[in-house]
Write a protein that binds this ligand. Structure first.
Ligand SMILES: C[S@@+](CC[C@H](N)C(=O)[O-])C[C@H]1O[C@@H](n2cnc3c(N)ncnc32)[C@H](O)[C@@H]1O
Length: 297
């Protein structure tokens, strides 16, 4: 079956059974939330969420390459005044299924507005849970480096004795550091908290994530030409992100309406692609010109 650069209509579990083993480089997805959006695209009872998800995760495990990564955007909902445990149970069950639970990223939603609830504050973050098939997976950390920031000027100006040697974590986390390694650098590696605004209004989908979210993970875990799968593709955000970054995509959604929206968005993106490429090229040229003139100074 030809599954490259396609959006499929159907249940992802069924569609994925037609894909070959070890064929996908990155799975990035946000599945339907437990019961939350019953009016828009159905919901799964929180008590049944793990049983619903596991057979799909089995297919994800089969189609993912050993060097690939699965990133799951999810957040447990509140049921009867407490956080439901289905996400935690899912992680435990997926480990039994053969997944390696490598990391958890936090997406901090930068643009949230205030609210008042009797027993909790506004929910301002979501989980991005990283699973792998093995401990050795592809990761291109340099692709997501960030500017060092102002803290560095002050912090690096006064290096203590400890800062000049490797300082092992005092709580035994294994995260040692040598601050002096970062002297004179413009870019550093980010941490596992991603600060990104939600898309306040997406006419395409009530639960779309901002395109910069899949883009960040696509850059981190794939290279141009690699295949990115979103088995709950909704309005096609992951597929559009993949195209804009010159990766291949495969998307699946159970809703005919969303499949149509995805295909339309992809069509529009492909038309815009030469403009995007031109913009990126001019940005890169400007950047290299800038760094050249900085080097000359
Ligand atoms: C949270 S939304 C994804 C939104 C998407 N990230 C975006 O940016 O538009 C989840 C999607 O999963 C789809 N869905 C629900 N059950 C599914 C299934 N069994 N197989 C495939 N898609 C499914 C829904 O139709 C919905 O569009």
């Amino acid at each position: 079956m030809d599954y490259i650069n396609k959006i499929f209509l159907g249940d992802c579990e069924d569609v994925l059974k037609t894909l070959p083993d070890n064929s996908v480089d990155l799975i990035f997805t946000s599945p339907p939330y437990a019961d939350q959006r019953r009016n828009t695209y159905g919901g799964i009872n929180p008590d049944e969420y793990v049983a619903w998800f596991l057979p799909k995760a089995k297919q994800f495990l089969r189609v993912l390459k050993p060097s690939g990564t699965f990133v799951l955007n999810i957040k447990e909902r509140v049921v009867n005044g407490e956080r439901h445990t289905y996400v935690i149970e899912l992680i435990v069950e997926m480990r039994k299924q053969g997944w390696f639970w490598t990391e958890e990223f936090m997406w901090h939603k930068k643009n949230s507005y205030p609210g008042k609830w009797p027993n909790r504050f506004r929910d301002n973050w979501e989980r991005l849970i990283q699973f792998n098939k093995t401990k050795k997976f592809n990761m291109y950390q340099d692709a997501v480096m960030v500017p060092v920031g102002d803290w560095a000027k002050e912090r690096l100006a006064k290096l203590s004795q400890t800062d000049q040697t490797r300082d092992e974590s005092k709580v035994g986390s294994g995260f040692g550091k040598n601050v002096s390694n970062w002297l004179g650098r413009d870019l550093v590696y980010p941490n596992n908290v991603i600060h990104m605004a939600t898309e306040c209004y997406n006419r395409n989908h009530s639960a779309a994530f901002p395109i910069e979210l899949p883009k960040w993970f696509i850059k981190l875990f794939t290279q141009p030409g690699d295949l990115v799968l979103d088995p709950f593709v909704g309005s096609g955000t992951t597929a559009v992100a993949a195209i804009e970054l010159a990766r291949k995509y495969c998307g699946i959604d159970i809703s005919p309406e969303y499949v149509e929206i995805s295909r339309d968005r992809i069509g529009e993106t492909q038309i815009r692609l030469p403009i995007i490429a031109e913009h990126q090229a001019s940005f890169q040229t400007n950047k290299s010109l800038k760094s050249l003139s900085q080097e000359e100074q």
